[in-house]
Design a protein around this ligand. Structure first.
Ligand SMILES: NC(=O)C1=CN([C@@H]2O[C@H](COP(=O)(O)OP(=O)(O)OC[C@H]3O[C@@H](n4cnc5c(N)ncnc54)[C@H](OP(=O)(O)O)[C@@H]3O)[C@@H](O)[C@H]2O)C=CC1
Ligand SMILES: O=C1CO[C@H](CO)[C@@H](O)[C@@H]1O
Length: 277
């Protein structure tokens, strides 16, 4: 059985470099998906309050028979729970729905800079981490300017920043900023997201023949070679196995460079100053 390698976070914990995304699976679908994924060798599951499927994730973990301590579980606090006290209630709700006594990683889902609650939320995250209810704490959709504020006004450096990232949306400046501060970058929508055309690019079909790998496997390998954590979503057991089967090859330097033609440029992707929940 293939297992993903671990990346060490700035707090010393290990995160499996490849995990399973679970949006937009509902409770019932996600239970089946989590069982299949854990059977296939996945040990990292990504959920969020907003996905409405934390209960299903917890049920899948228990149904799998895999020991909870071997599984890395991430959830994300939604905007309605941002704020000093609301964040405590937010995590309690997630733990109850998941049926777990801690999560491995808790993220602020979106910065919502107009609300100006992310600094006080973060200070609560620091306390929740000290209490052991969450092992690692991080953020999602944070731009360098949002992180600058956390770094200046709080004590704990985020372990992770989960952002939209793929060969089409490469976020180089953001990746460099994160790395410069010891923050691991995690790619969401790593295959381009549902309905995207990234996987149909002719270059991927061409390279697929050379490596005997599918377009999705080549794209996921691109993330791995860049040192990113990656959470492709699939509800299909065969594609889940395909997405995990990327640790037996590497992309030549020249082919990695060639994949830059898929880059849609710095304006591509969502803008977290303007969107979020
Ligand atoms: N922090 C944030 O704000 C966000 C976080 N996320 C997280 O990131 C995860 C992944 O992102 P997501 O937007 O789902 O996009 P992905 O890039 O993971 O793409 C998912 C789509 O690709 C399909 N797919 C999966 N594997 C393959 C394959 N091997 N070949 C062809 N198609 C494939 C899936 O279909 P099928 O299921 O049928 O296989 C689905 O339609 C989410 O599930 C969620 O956990 C996502 C968006 C925002
Ligand atoms: O995590 C998420 C899953 O996708 C949704 C739709 O794009 C986002 O709203 C959300 O942030």
């Amino acid at each position: 059985m293939t297992l993903s390698p671990l990346i060490t976070l700035n707090d010393g914990h290990g995160i499996p470099q490849l995990g399973l995304g679970t949006w937009p699976l509902d409770d019932e679908q996600v239970t089946a998906a989590v069982v299949h994924a854990l059977e296939a060798g996945y040990r990292h599951i990504d959920t969020a309050v907003k996905y409405g499927n934390e209960e299903g994730v917890g049920n899948g973990i228990r149904a799998s028979g895999v020991n909870r301590s071997k599984i890395f579980v991430t959830t994300k606090l939604d905007g309605e729970f941002q704020g000093q006290d609301r964040a405590v209630a937010g995590l309690e709700g997630s733990l109850t729905r998941l049926g777990l006594d801690y999560v491995d990683l808790l993220l602020i889902h979106w910065p919502l800079p107009g609300r100006d609650d992310f600094v006080s939320t973060w200070k609560t995250f620091e306390r929740l981490q000290a209490q052991g209810k969450v092992r690692s704490i991080g953020v999602s959709n944070f731009k360098p300017a949002h992180l600058e504020r956390l770094l200046a006004e709080t004590d704990v450096v985020p372990a992770v920043n989960q952002i939209q990232l793929s060969p089409a949306i490469t976020r180089e400046a953001e990746r460099e900023f994160n790395a410069g501060h010891g923050i691991v970058t995690e790619s969401y929508s790593p295959l381009g997201g549902s309905g995207a055309s990234l996987l149909t690019a002719p270059l991927l079909a061409q390279l697929g023949e050379k490596y005997d790998k599918t377009p999705a496997q080549l794209v996921l390998r691109w993330h791995i070679e860049k040192g990113l954590v990656v959470i492709p979503k699939s509800g299909n057991p065969e594609r889940m196995r395909e997405n995990l089967d990327i640790f037996d090859f590497s992309l030549d330097r020249q082919d990695l460079a060639e994949l830059a033609i898929l880059d849609e440029g710095p304006g591509a992707g969502n803008d977290s100053d303007a969107t979020g929940h």
